[in-house]
Ligand binder design. Structure first.
Ligand code: M6R
Length: 612
């Protein structure tokens, strides 16, 4: 997703802006640009592709100036070519934007009538011309920017700079996040605190409808009616965290390897290992802790991998806490006009805490008077700040676009919540709670054991690398895990992959099976293992090539000599979704590496999807 950086500084800012944009690379982008004001000259450099191209352009033709704005663009309106890259200019005005201006066509028509000429296909360019139109009519820069912002519909985080004022950036937020960083004699803007980490950890997050006048020595924030408003300045913990790959070839691999540690770290926040009890730590409204005993229904809303974590948790909450769960992808939920239960809890799961669809689902539930809870990795995110109860995952920054450690940490929190809910609702007695907590505490150890299987999994990944299609099968919690396996393979390797509940295969998808079709079956030996074996036999009988992920007992009882087996350690059932995530991540990773795709930033994908 697009990234924004702005600096009103006391030194040349172009190289600083590029460095800050590098810290936003993980969000995904396809072009980039920087603009500065030097004296009263507004100038810019833009480039298609990676930031290295922009750097080359700047090396050949540097930009002077102590004030500037920069942008990494993830194309929505208009192809990812230089002419569409931000900043966009209109005479003395420069604009960078994250989001979508929904009424840009109608604004563009009006501006063209007024005599403005458009040089890009973007929705953003209307903002530059709108501000310029205000200036033309005699408004001062601040007033012209406010007048323009009021005309915009849609989602936007904006930074506007003026060739006529080398000490002013106007920032505005309605949807995608925007943070102001406070320095000494310098002020900063960024899509998140990580971008501003080298400059400051003193951060103010703009709320929806806010806009701000940012100068070298001051920041004034206004609401949508133009009244001054106070927003808290906080110390960002995100800022302190540096982002690097260590010894690993990719961020994704580093993040896979971090899992034993971050799963343990996350569990420790929700479990008292000494007493073997659940001890939920809520970072939200601690005066009103969540009481699962009072709930009639839980609805979980999320996107992508976070949705699949919620899907696993549906099985856990229903089984261990006898709590009915609805699970939705946020992009459907937000428009489905769902009637909400009177005693319901709405739970939102998001690594970034900024996903536009998930946030819109939250707003819907808020308007319906629901109690709101969130599981987020970014504690200062909008979803966290908008929820009553907040359960952070302690995964640390996840940079690889494909979610790995955030997923297993989400599962860790969800497992603790489901057990805690079971206890509160009287369906789990003390002895069972102790047993389940002790089983949970084993997850990091088993995850560590699985990491040792990387070589073997690498070889299997190579066998998938030239396939056109791959199927994934699982039952129970392994069904959403199968979906996660297929999602990982698709996004990383661009191989078409699909997942089915194993029992559903015979209702249609079995027609796809032939000698060319690899079928990954996720099946620890559990209560319904035999049922999955029958489904595997249906595949084998039709020549399908099975990769079976199971434990020792499962491998013995499956009795399928033709299957390739990823042999997992025997482990308690409650932790299998967490630990079995690792082989499916490594399988997708090694397939993709063998194929030479861009593992950390796969084509067309963004880390944090802040548009609809
Ligand atoms: O930041 P979020 O958890 O809300 O993001 C949700 C999805 O966009 C994300 O999980 C996406 O599916 C990942 N690319 C999956 O690896």
């Amino acid at each position: 997703m697009c990234g924004i950086v702005g600096i009103v500084g006391a030194r040349p800012v172009a190289p600083l802006i590029v460095d800050a944009l590098k810290r936003l690379e993980y969000r995904g982008y396809d072009s980039a640009g920087v603009a500065t004001v030097e004296g009263s000259t507004l100038d810019r450099r833009r480039a298609e592709g990676k930031l290295v191209n922009l750097e080359e352009r700047l090396n050949g033709s540097p930009l002077a100036g102590n004030i500037g704005i920069g942008h990494t663009r993830w194309a929505t309106h208009g192809a990812p070519v230089e002419v569409n890259a931000h900043p966009h200019f209109s005479s003395e005005v420069a604009v960078v934007h994250n989001g979508i201006i929904e009424n840009f066509r109608e604004l563009r028509a009006l501006l063209e009538e007024e005599g403005f000429t458009f040089s890009s296909q973007t929705d953003t360019e209307v903002v530059a011309h709108l501000v310029a139109s205000g200036l033309k009519s005699g408004l001062a820069p601040k007033e012209a920017a406010f007048a323009a912002i009021k005309q915009l519909r849609g989602a936007f985080a904006l930074a506007v700079m003026f060739g006529t004022d080398a000490n002013l950036i106007i920032a505005a937020r309605n949807g995608p996040p925007l943070a102001i960083g406070h320095g000494d004699g310098e002020m900063y803007l960024g899509s998140d605190a990580v971008a501003l980490a080298p400059f400051t950890n003193r951060i103010t997050y703009l709320e929806d409808g806010d806009w701000a006048v940012v100068r070298r020595d001051s920041v004034e924030i206004f609401d949508e009616t133009g009244n001054t408003i106070d927003r808290v300045q906080q110390t960002s913990i995100g800022s302190a965290l540096m982002v690097d790959k260590g010894n690993h070839r990719h961020f994704m691999l580093k993040e896979i390897y971090e899992q034993p540690e971050v799963i343990g770290h996350t569990l420790a926040n929700y479990v008292d290992f000494n007493a073997s009890r659940i001890a939920l730590r809520d970072m939200g409204d601690t005066a009103n802790p969540l009481d699962f005993a009072k709930l009639d229904r839980l609805n979980i809303t999320a996107c992508g991998t976070a949705y699949l974590a919620g899907y696993v948790a549906k099985y856990w909450f229903e089984r261990h806490a006898r709590l009915p769960v609805d699970i939705d992808v946020a992009s459907e939920f937000r428009y489905r006009e769902v009637p909400m239960a009177a005693n319901g809890l709405s739970l939102f799961i998001s690594q970034s805490g900024e996903t536009a669809d998930t946030l819109a689902g939250l707003k819907y539930c808020e308007a319906a008077g629901q109690h709101l809870a969130a599981i987020v990795n970014v504690r200062e995110s909008t979803i966290a700040r908008s929820s009553h109860n907040v359960f952070p995952t302690l995964a640390g920054p996840e940079i690889g676009v494909a979610s790995t450690k955030a997923f297993t940490c989400q599962l860790s929190v969800l497992a603790a919540l489901a057990i805690g809910a079971g206890v509160q609702r009287g369906h789990i007695d003390e002895a069972s709670e102790q047993r389940l907590v002790e089983e949970l505490s084993e997850a990091p150890r088993y995850a560590n054991e699985v990491l040792k299987m990387e070589n073997e999994i690498r070889k299997l990944g190579h066998t998938l690398a030239h396939k056109e299609h791959v199927l994934y099968l699982g039952r129970d919690t392994n069904y959403p895990l199968a979906m996660e396996g297929a999602l990982k393979l698709k996004e990383l390797s661009y191989i078409h992959a699909e997942a089915y509940a194993a029992g559903e295969l015979k209702h249609g998808p079995i027609a796809l099976i032939d000698e060319e079709m690899p079928v990954v079956v996720i099946a620890p030996h559990d209560r319904i293992f035999e049922k999955t074996v029958s489904n595997m036999q249906e595949v084998a009988a039709r020549g399908g090539k099975i990769i079976l992920i199971t434990d020792e007992r499962g491998a013995q009882e499956a009795g399928m000599e033709e299957a390739q087996v990823i042999l997992m350690p025997n482990m308690p059932e409650i932790i299998t979704p967490i630990v079995y995530s690792l082989p499916i991540q490594m399988l997708a990773y090694h397939t993709a590496v063998h194929m030479g795709t861009d593992v950390d930033q796969p084509r067309n994908l963004a880390k944090s999807v802040t548009v609809e």
